[in-house]
Design a protein around this ligand. Structure first.
Ligand code: MN
Length: 283
């Protein structure tokens, strides 16, 4: 920060998720992409799926399309098998990330591979700028061993999925919205202050323990999504015991959004075209 004083981003909005189901009946908690919180430009949706009851997830997400944006799947526990109509397939194990740029279109399925046990993870939808919406589909699939960990002061560590923190660069590259995505682990009483571009939108999701954000002493726990206000740094403190926090930042696109289910374009005409192309088998 060149010695100048950092402006800590405050918690501007705190929203609890909306329990919902998607795919063939997978129960999940939708944190972004609800009536309450439509989007955090460039982020269109964030779901947390977490259950140790197979009935909540076993039906999975059978074949469905995407066009015009990116889906990011981060698995904390369990296994997800995926396969698409271009012949790409694989399995996401606990700790792995898939950053899928759908671009002009893919049709894929995302199905739990396990029949019981804990299934826990996130799916984030990241918008693409108008100029990239019809780009060729691209996958970045990162196993846990290839996600580096940054060691920060006070025993805090951060798995760096995207972006760079403390000289540690994450493996995800070439994303239009220049995202930072971190899985931060704070020991009891631990505090971390991270510089992040003032241009970016930032949200936090504590998924274990409780945290305090910025200068405010308020304790915020699991199930609350925190949209941060302006500033050039983020301060997070573990306010109870140990805590884990998902931090996501990205450059807002400030473009019109036309959205219908799995299609996210700029105009209603482009949405109609997406439906026509999908029905004609052109994905
Ligand atoms: Mn999908």
């Amino acid at each position: 920060m060149d010695g100048s004083r950092m402006i800590l981003r405050p918690a501007a909005r705190i929203v609890r998720g909306t329990p919902t189901s998607d795919g063939a009946g997978v129960k999940l908690n939708r944190l972004i992409g609800t009536q309450q919180l439509d989007s955090v430009d460039p982020f269109l949706m964030l779901d947390e799926f977490r259950s140790d009851d197979a009935n909540d997830y076993i039906a999975g997400f059978p074949e469905h399309p995407h066009r015009g944006f990116e889906t990011v799947t981060y698995m904390l526990a369990g296994k997800m098998r995926h396969g698409d109509n271009k012949g790409h397939s694989g399995r996401l194990d606990a700790g792995s990330v898939q950053w899928m740029t759908a671009g002009r279109g893919i049709v894929h399925s995302e199905m739990p591979e396990q029949e019981n046990g804990l299934m826990w993870g996130f799916q984030l939808w990241v918008n693409l700028p108008a100029k990239d919406k019809m780009t060729a589909p691209r996958y970045q699939e990162i196993p846990p061993a290839e996600i580096p960990t940054a060691s920060l002061p006070a025993g805090v560590t951060a798995k760096v999925i995207a972006g760079e923190i403390a000289g540690v660069r994450g493996p995800i590259n070439g994303i239009a919205t220049q995202p930072t995505m971190l899985d931060i682990a704070l020991p009891a009483g631990g505090t971390v202050t991270l510089p992040l571009p003032a241009t970016h939108a930032v949200f936090l999701y504590p998924f274990e323990g409780t945290i305090a954000v910025g200068e405010a002493p308020d304790t915020i726990g699991h199930g609350n999504l925190i949209v941060l206000g302006p500033g050039d740094a983020v301060r997070i403190a573990a306010s109870g015991g140990a805590a884990r926090v998902l931090l996501v930042a990205g450059r807002p696109l400030n473009e019109p959004v036309a959205r219908y289910g799995p299609f996210v374009m700029n105009t209603p005409q482009e949405i109609r075209q997406a439906a026509i192309d999908y029905q004609a088998g052109r994905f």
